[in-house]
Structure formats: C-alpha cells, structure tokens
Design a protein around this ligand. Structure first.
Ligand code: PMP
Length: 286
C-alpha cells in the first residue's frame, strides 16, 4: 500500500503526489528540509527540529509557511495516517513554482512536501562490529549549517564511501574534521570525547546535541574544538551520529584500524546511555 504523504495542504497516497517540473526545488535545489524521528508514535524533539528548520529557512531567505503549532499538527496527522510505531518524517519546503530565473520570484507560494517512512535504526550486529569509513576533502559550500535540499556534494561524497565498500565518508576541510557526508562525527582520545564546533561547516545534528547532553549528564569528559586530521587518525575511537543511525562506531578509516579496530569502551558507555534514554524518554509522551 502506498504511504500517505502531505503536499501543499492535502494528504494523499505517495503515488498520486506530483510537483510541476518548474518547481524551484527541481530546477535549482532551492529549498530546505528536515528529518524527525518518531519513536512509539512520539515525535522526537519537535521544537528543536523546528528551530533548526527556521534557521535553514532564514539562511535561504524563505518565509516559514507554517507556525510551529501547524507543523506539529501536520506531523502528528502524517504519523497517525501511516503504519508503524517507529517512523521518520521527512519534509521539505521549496521556493515554489515559477518561470526559470535565478532571482527570487515575486508572490510565489512555497511548495510543502512531507512523507513518513518506517524508522529502521542500526541493527545490533552493525553496532557490535562497527563500520568502515573513508575520508575525503570537504569540498561543500560555506553554509553547511543550512539543511539544504541541494545535496549533490553530499551525494558525491557519500558515493566515495560506497565505491570503497565503506558506510560513510569522513570529511576534512583544510585538514580539519567537519562531519560525515550524512552524519556528525566524534572522536575519543584518552577517554575524552572530541567534537567539532557547531559552526557553518557542519549541520547541527539533533543527535549530536543529545550525545553532548548525555556526556555532560554522566560525567564523560568532552571537548569541543577544531581537530586536525592527524589527531583524528590517531584517536582511540571514532563514532558517527544521526537520527536514523543513532551512534555507530567507526572501526576502520581509509582501511586503517581506528584504535584497536573494535568498538571502544567510551562508545559502549554512550551506546548504553543512548538506548536507555530512548526507552525512558523518547518513547514516552513529552
Ligand atoms: N550532518 C549531515 C550532513 C546530515 O545529513 C545529518 C543528518 N542525516 C547529520 C549531520 C545528523 O543530523 P541529525 O542528528 O539531526 O540526524
């Protein structure tokens, strides 16, 4: 059965949802998006995701077509109309349909598209074995803090990993760790978690924030800074984080073992804290 999606005020089956070819999302990648995980039908950190959405909209100078209350209602209705207790809601807003011209169109209604899919987080086997990653030069633009639908650089960078049989591409800009092609990256050095700063060179992950909070609440030392490639390659542990992958250990980088080549002690601690938080908080009503 086709999932139910939302397009410009209407709920309809995915296979009946169409956008005109002159939509600026299609023509220019002129839009922004969000992804929100839903656990046991509870939307996770709606407010934080909507704040990040507003930041992205401000970044591309596009007016928010809905209030937070309206977004909340739309998201909850979409979740209710789709199967499965654990879902992830993807939604995006483009600058709408207009004659092709780079400059902003006048008086054009934005396009709002929303869909929900089953949330399948990383299987236990992957958590226990860990994943391989490769590295690449972060050749994206200077506004990686905007969750732009123009993801061609991320697509090309992620494909580098696939071409090498790896799961993610770790990015270095001028030799400094930024993030992954579709995730945030953490390192561990002598028991201390190292995290890049939330600046314009990375997407401020909601999972990134949660990892910081859990570390602070449970006394795991954490340092935020700009870390050179040489330090990252010599780290004891590397992790990636995202809403759908949660926290995953990277055990090989560019075919070299990370630390002793196994998920590390600090990872296991964070993994346990994350799973506990998921059961206690994410699956409970706000
Ligand atoms: N960085 C990039 C480039 C991403 O695409 C994502 C989300 N897939 C993240 C970081 C992680 O963000 P979140 O924790 O909110 O999923």
């Amino acid at each position: 059965m086709s999932p139910v999606v939302h397009l410009n005020g209407q709920f309809l089956p995915l296979d009946q949802a169409f956008v005109p070819v002159l939509d600026r999302g299609f023509i220019f990648g002129d839009g922004v998006y969000e992804v929100i995980p839903v656990y046991s039908r509870h939307v996770f950190r709606l407010e934080e995701h909507l704040r990040r959405l507003q930041h992205s909209l401000d970044g591309i100078r596009l007016a928010n077509p809905h209030t937070d209350e309206e977004w909340g209602q739309l998201i909850r209705e979409l979740v209710a109309r789709n199967a499965g207790d654990d879902q992830y809601v993807y939604f995006h807003i483009t600058r709408g349909v207009a004659k092709r011209d780079h400059a902003f169109p006048q008086n054009t209604a934005p396009t709002v598209f929303m869909m929900s899919s089953p949330l399948i987080t990383s299987p236990q086997e992957l958590v226990e074995t860990g994943i391989s990653a490769v590295s690449a030069n972060d050749n994206r633009w200077d506004r990686c803090d905007i969750k732009s639908i123009a993801l061609l650089p991320n697509v090309l960078l992620r494909q580098v990993a696939v071409d090498h049989g790896a799961a993610e591409t770790v990015l270095f800009r001028d030799g400094i760790l930024t993030e992954g092609s579709a995730s945030n990256i953490f390192a561990v050095e002598n028991g201390v978690i190292l995290a890049p700063p939330k600046d314009n060179h990375m997407l401020p992950g909601i999972t990134y924030d949660l990892v910081l909070e859990l570390a602070a609440a449970h006394g795991i030392p954490l340092e935020i800074g700009k870390y050179h490639e040489s330090r990252i390659r010599a780290a004891n542990e590397l992790w990636l984080t995202s809403s759908t992958k949660e926290v995953l250990p990277i055990i090989r980088l560019d075919a070299q073992p990370v630390g002793d080549g196994k998920p590390g002690a600090v990872f296991w601690k964070m993994h346990a804290l994350y799973q506990d938080y998921k059961t206690r908080v994410m699956r409970s009503p706000a």
